[in-house]
Write a protein that binds this ligand. Structure first.
Ligand SMILES: Cc1cc2nc3c(=O)[nH]c(=O)nc-3n(C[C@H](O)[C@H](O)[C@H](O)COP(=O)(O)OP(=O)(O)OC[C@H]3O[C@@H](n4cnc5c(N)ncnc54)[C@H](O)[C@@H]3O)c2cc1C
Length: 404
């Protein structure tokens, strides 16, 4: 396992640092969180601007092919950039769905004309993508979706009706990957098709969902007689499940790698002198240090594979489960340390309180998005450990005949 950069990687890191120093302010503390005081629309505008600047400098799409405007670099260089960028006060997560999930899926599975049309604009950040998969009655059991796509025999188009939910950034998106049922007479995994959807066509209504934190990162999306050309199908009609599985792998890996750095240092800072005088607090600090080191070793293992041009092993999805729990413990600890002040809104206290409260609201999302803890554990049990699969009473039965 590598703990240090190889010589060519160290050179790249120096190059990245020099560009970041010239283009962005360094964080004054490791827990500084960019944009805490800004309204959502301002944060989105700043994220677009930052992506464009990175793109122009060759850092916006490091590991994407040159043919589509990427830098044609290695995945390890992309990881180096992310590590260094985390030390600067800049907007970082807005393009995770576009560039971490949708575009890699298009590159792997879409037709050449789709790649020509869409990839560059997404990499520049001018076109944002969202993922229209989950529905009110189909999240973990994604193959149970009810949204229908029916072919208009005369025009050759598909007409889509249904409802999606929890769609991150739908309000800002120009395009979406959508899954719909095209044949209910087949078993549930077999009659699904993935479409590219223009989010501005008639029949699409986006309603933001206001969260407990006051933000509205995700949305409900209603589709009423939305007409989509047959050319917008990705892969085969009724062959959407393999595209969904591929995009969920991208999503889990990108969520598992999203842990802020130096969390244990922040814990120590928050605990202050009490880490020396109070054994209970010292124990929690020690727990968080161990978790943080364990996660760092898992990410070093995954990055070693990436640096050798190999795919990371199961550590990325294991890290997703551990990171979600760890972030939640960190946020609870930050609130506990405040004592009775912990009930106040962070903005009434200070930035550290705002950070732990933001994480308190957001950390649970890491344990749900891209597959809940339980579902990821099932995946690890079946695919990594080779344990017997879950009992599937719906196996082989046409979707239309399933009890709902
Ligand atoms: C921050 C965030 C962003 C999201 N963004 C998007 C997005 O952009 N696009 C999109 O399509 N979706 C998005 N989602 C939705 C997400 O994919 C679903 O919330 C997730 O898959 C869980 O589905 P569900 O909410 O319907 O819960 P359910 O599937 O109803 O699960 C409820 C509970 O039952 C448990 N459970 C269910 N099945 C099993 C089982 N077989 N074994 C054991 N336990 C089980 C689950 O673990 C969970 O605890 C987002 C979610 C979050 C939190």
């Amino acid at each position: 396992m590598h703990f240090e950069d190889q010589p060519q990687d160290a050179e790249y890191r120096t190059h990245v640092r020099a560009w970041l120093e010239a283009n962005a302010p360094r964080k004054t503390r490791p827990d500084e969180t960019w944009g805490l005081h800004l309204p959502e629309d301002d944060r989105v505008a700043a994220a677009r601007e930052w992506q464009r600047r990175k793109f122009d400098a060759g850092f916006g799409a490091i590991a994407f092919p040159r043919k589509y405007g990427g830098a044609g670099g290695r995945a390890y260089e992309s990881a180096i950039f992310q590590q260094e960028e985390a030390n600067f006060s800049v907007p970082v997560a807005f393009y995770n769905i576009s560039l971490g999930v949708c575009i890699p899926s298009l590159l792997a599975l879409a037709r050449p004309e789709h790649k020509e049309r869409h990839v560059r604009a997404a990499l520049e950040g001018t076109e944002v993508w969202c993922q229209l998969y989950s529905e009110p009655a189909a999240g973990s059991d994604l193959a149970g979706i009810l949204t229908r796509a029916e072919r208009d025999a005369d025009a050759g188009d598909f007409i889509i009706n249904g409802q999606k939910v929890w769609t991150t950034h739908a309000r800002h998106a120009s395009w979406a990957l959508l899954v719909a049922r095209t044949d209910a007479s087949k078993p549930k995994h077999e009659g699904l098709t993935v479409f590219i959807i223009d989010m501005k066509v008639p029949g699409i209504t986006v309603r933001p969902i206001r969260q407990a934190s006051g933000e509205a990162d995700f949305n409900e999306v209603f589709l009423t007689d939305v007409r989509v050309p047959a050319a917008n199908v990705i892969g085969e009609v009724d062959g959407g499940w393999k595209i969904i599985v591929a995009s969920l792998v991208h999503e889990r890996v990108s969520i598992g790698g999203a842990l802020p750095r130096d969390l244990h240092r922040m814990t120590l800072e928050m605990a202050g002198d009490r880490a020396n005088t109070d054994a209970r607090i010292r124990e929690r600090v020690a727990d968080q240090y161990l978790m943080s080191q364990g996660l760092w070793l898992m990410s070093a293992r995954a990055l070693t594979a990436v640096s050798k041009g190999q795919a990371p092993g199961p550590e990325s999805i294991c890290a997703k489960i551990i990171a979600g729990r760890f972030l939640q413990d960190f946020a609870y600890f930050g609130m506990d340390l405040r004592g009775s002040e912990g009930v106040l809104a962070g903005r009434e206290l200070d930035e550290a309180a705002m950070t732990s409260q933001r994480m308190w609201f957001g950390s649970l999302a890491v344990r749900i998005a891209g597959g809940t803890d339980e579902i990821v554990r099932n995946t690890i049990a079946e695919r990594v450990l080779g344990l017997p699969p879950e009992v599937r009473i719906d196996k082989g039965i046409p979707f239309k005949d399933l009890a709902r």
